[in-house]
Design a protein around this ligand. Structure first.
Ligand SMILES: C[S@@+](CC[C@H](N)C(=O)[O-])C[C@H]1O[C@@H](n2cnc3c(N)ncnc32)[C@H](O)[C@@H]1O
Length: 425
């Protein structure tokens, strides 16, 4: 990497044959909290710089920020393929992986077959469709950028773009910093608060140890889709299974319920994460509102507040609590009968989701343990399908969460039903 030459002296060196592919390894002792990397602004590929250094012309600046960067990367890669080496980013672009293993690399039939039962299937299809639409939009102005080059560029962006907090969350490719691999549970983030891009490690590293960053608290399904890898089962504390709840369109009060939810900053369809260590209580509260059936729809705004905000004075407080998101207070509507109804709904959701996985759990476990996560580059040589290798750990993680939630909810149901029999309301 010649970008390294433009950097201040580093305690890190690039190693190319790590289990995660390339990565940065400490050359001397690194202390927790010290400032690493120190990448100057002039080496970043920001949206503004992509527009300024591209030859695509004024229409380039009218694209969405992801598309500006994708068009620039594709332009650079096509110029390199055509033998032009002029750009100061040519060395960086040449060093980018040809394939990342992320969602844009997965054939449609793999997504349909290998992600059957998993919510990742919907996410993967949506991601592929949105990139196809963006590629069409870019090519309407720049037909010289081939679909293949643009697809590769988006794939690179998904797996390498960094949000810069000091620049209002602006997106940038950050050479050298984008050689850092992710470790689940790691608490070290790329930061540009002081101007240069730095990493403050969350632990001490000895010479020879790989230094990791966090790509964010992401579940394995998201890491798989964006980055083309999945941590081994049980290694990712951020694993979750997303449950989507919504107002039944056939509910006699469907419109009034949707209005009542919007009043408190919620939507008639909301997603809630199930995790190994539990699920948010708002899931049950939201479900109880979705299921409630007052005779008079005028009661619905009050019921929405009772379920999701709580009975405290609303007004200014309401805004402060919800901040446009779900409330932190509130209660399940309908007493013990309501508590039972929402848990029965959740138990139906978990058992239905579990029944959709085509393999037995044992089979998925076998796939998960026989497919250790390997760097995308190595996989590309060995196997045709990245996804075939990686869906095992994701599916096992999702199923563990579902099974744990299912058994917890059924246990709660038994207790609630017993309390109902012995006189609970
Ligand atoms: C920002 S790049 C990091 C550098 C990358 N290893 C390379 O060779 O260019 C992100 C990519 O690194 C790989 N990666 C990062 N963390 C990983 C991990 N914990 N396990 C496996 N692969 C990982 C994935 O291929 C991901 O798309």
């Amino acid at each position: 990497m010649t970008t390294q030459q433009a950097l201040p002296a580093q305690k890190l060196e690039l190693v190319v044959d790590l289990p995660e592919g390339r990565g940065l390894v400490a050359t001397e002792e690194v202390r927790r909290g010290e400032s690493l990397l120190d990448i100057p602004e002039s080496t970043l590929i920001t949206v503004e710089r992509a527009i300024a250094e591209s030859n695509l012309g004024p229409a380039h600046a009218n694209l969405q920020e992801w598309s500006v960067l994708a068009a620039f990367l594709a332009e650079q890669a096509l110029a390199i393929d055509a033998g032009a080496d002029g750009s100061r980013f040519a060395t960086y672009v040449r060093a980018l992986p040809r394939r990342t293993g992320g969602v844009l690399d997965w054939p449609e039939e793999d997504v349909k077959e290998l992600l059957a039962g998993s919510p990742s299937q919907r996410a993967a299809m949506e991601r592929q469709a949105s990139v196809d639409a963006a590629i069409d939009e870019i090519r309407a102005s720049f037909p010289q950028l081939t679909p293949g080059a643009l697809r590769w560029a988006f794939d690179v962006l998904f797996s390498r773009l960094i949000r810069l907090p000091n620049r209002g969350g602006a997106l940038a490719l950050v050479p050298w910093a984008d050689m850092l691999n992710h470790r689940p549970g790691c608490d070290a983030y790329i930061d540009d608060t002081g101007g240069a891009v730095c990493l403050s490690p969350d632990r001490r590293y000895k010479p020879g140890e790989q230094v990791y960053a966090s790509y964010g608290p992401r579940p394995s399904s998201e890491l798989l889709i964006s980055y083309g890898f999945a941590p081994a089962v049980g290694e990712n504390p951020d694993d979750e299974f997303e449950v989507v709840l919504g107002i039944d369109p056939n509910d006699r009060h469907a419109d009034a319920k949707a209005d009542a939810l919007r009043r408190i900053g919620l939507s008639p369809v909301e997603a809630f994460p199930l995790k190994l260590n539990g699920y948010p209580k708002q899931l049950l509260q939201y479900a109880s509102f979705a299921l409630c059936d007052p005779d008079d729809p005028k009661e619905l705004p009050g019921l929405a507040e009772k379920a999701l905000i709580g009975n405290r004075a609303v007004g200014g407080l309401l805004g402060a609590i919800t901040k446009g998101k779900r409330g932190t207070q509130g209660e399940v509507l309908g007493g013990v009968a309501g508590e039972i109804a929402v848990r029965e709904l959740l138990a139906d959701i978990t058992s239905d989701a579990l029944s959709k996985y085509p393999n037995t759990l044992e089979k998925d476990r076998e796939i998960a343990t026989s497919d250790p996560t390997k760097p995308a580059g190595k996989q590309a040589k060995k196997k045709k399908s990245f996804l075939a290798e990686l869906r095992g750990p994701v599916r096992v993680s999702e199923r563990r969460i579902l099974a744990k939630t299912d058994s917890e909810v059924r246990l709660q149901l038994r207790k609630l039903k017993a309390s109902q029999m012995t006189g609970g309301n």
